[in-house]
Design a binder for this molecule. Structure first.
Ligand SMILES: NC(=O)C1=CN([C@@H]2O[C@H](COP(=O)(O)OP(=O)(O)OC[C@H]3O[C@@H](n4cnc5c(N)ncnc54)[C@H](O)[C@@H]3O)[C@@H](O)[C@H]2O)C=CC1
Length: 306
């Protein structure tokens, strides 16, 4: 199988490339930068063929897809700065990357008859209520620019392709980038007490674990939309922060606050990010490990890297 992976310089793309290389697959990584030398992540060094590609450049997308001619495109590239996406001068760019870039890639997949895997987000839903969101629920109602543009990408994939996987994830953490865990460890090191919201509920996703599932999935023809976060139940950011400090052996005190008490961020955040994942088991895929186990391995890896 020849796989083209966009966003190789990001958290997820980096781990997906490593997982595919580990399995002996032919992998071509892609990102914005002119060159990419790979990243030491404590367990492996990414050494794959690299093709620079700005996915907002339609002609470049068509050219690269025709040249590389992958059997599968794993599309991990995105604008992921959720608050900055709200800035008036950024909105168009965010839509170009998350919306139009995905549309161009889907069209190119159709042309060369490649499978496409698109990584999406819980932010396509309203975040209202307490019931977990089903993967095939079409009751979309994104509450911020990032969510709207990711939904545009989903619709483009659904409209143009039949051989697609849309995988929605949430609360992502990986070694190759910034995330909530790294922020907590950094800020907690200099602040004895932190306020963290306890009314936004979801489940973390460790990119190293997700990469295993994605590599399993693209080998199949079990197309459709899936939800994939770690197992272990739904938690609040407050509970996650407490677990992080406990795992790291830090005595930073965490105080639970509501989103209203914490103060509004630029982008609206969903209260209910519960993603229903039972479809994974029903389709014969191995679910991700418990998030506590993932956190344990992740903090250990960060320590080894330091
Ligand atoms: N980070 C999170 O908490 C969540 C992420 N997701 C989705 O998961 C996927 C992977 O996310 P991460 O690895 O965390 O993202 P990341 O921000 O670590 O990496 C994204 C990569 O996309 C690249 N990129 C940006 N604009 C590009 C362009 N015009 N052309 C080519 N490449 C471009 C960046 O250079 C970067 O390397 C994304 O689709 C994201 O929307 C979904 C839910 C939550």
């Amino acid at each position: 199988m020849r796989a083209l992976v966009t966003g190789v310089a990001g958290q997820l793309g980096h781990d997906v490339v490593n997982e595919l290389l580990r399995r002996g697959e032919e992998v071509i990584g892609s990102d914005l930068a002119a060159t990419y030398s790979g990243v030491q992540d404590g367990t492996a060094v990414t050494t794959c063929r690299y093709v620079p590609l700005d996915i907002t450049d339609r002609a470049a997308v068509e050219r690269v897809m025709r040249e590389v001619k992958p059997d599968v495109l794993i599309h991990c590239a995105a604008w992921t700065a959720v608050d900055a996406a709200e800035d008036a001068d950024k909105r168009e760019l965010v839509q170009k990357i998350n919306g139009l870039g995905t549309e161009y890639l889907a069209a190119a997949c159709r042309e060369i008859d490649a499978k496409m895997m698109y990584i999406s987000t819980d932010y396509v839903f309203s975040g209202q209520g307490t019931a977990p969101w089903e993967p095939d629920c079409r009751d979309f109602d994104p509450q911020n620019v990032y969510g709207m543009t990711k939904l545009y990408g989903e619709e483009a994939v659904r409209q143009q392709l039949s051989k697609y996987f849309i995988v929605r994830i949430a609360w992502v953490f990986g070694v190759n980038g910034n995330n909530f865990i790294k922020t907590m460890l950094r800020v907690g090191a200099t602040h004895p007490e932190l306020r963290v919201v306890n009314d936004q509920i979801g489940t973390p996703t460790y990119t190293l674990d997700l990469a295993v599932l994605l590599a399993d999935m693209v080998e199949t023809e079990k197309y459709g939309t899936y939800h994939a976060t770690n197992e272990g139940g739904y938690i609040s950011w407050y509970e996650f922060a407490k677990a992080i400090f406990e795992e790291a052996g830090m005595d930073t005190k965490v105080t639970p606050v509501t989103t209203a008490e914490y103060g509004q961020s630029k982008a609206m955040r969903p209260f209910n990010s519960r993603l229903e994942k039972k479809k994974l088991r029903e389709q014969g895929f191995t679910p991700l490990p418990d998030w506590r186990d993932a956190l344990h391995r992740y903090v250990k890896l960060l320590r080894e890297e330091a």
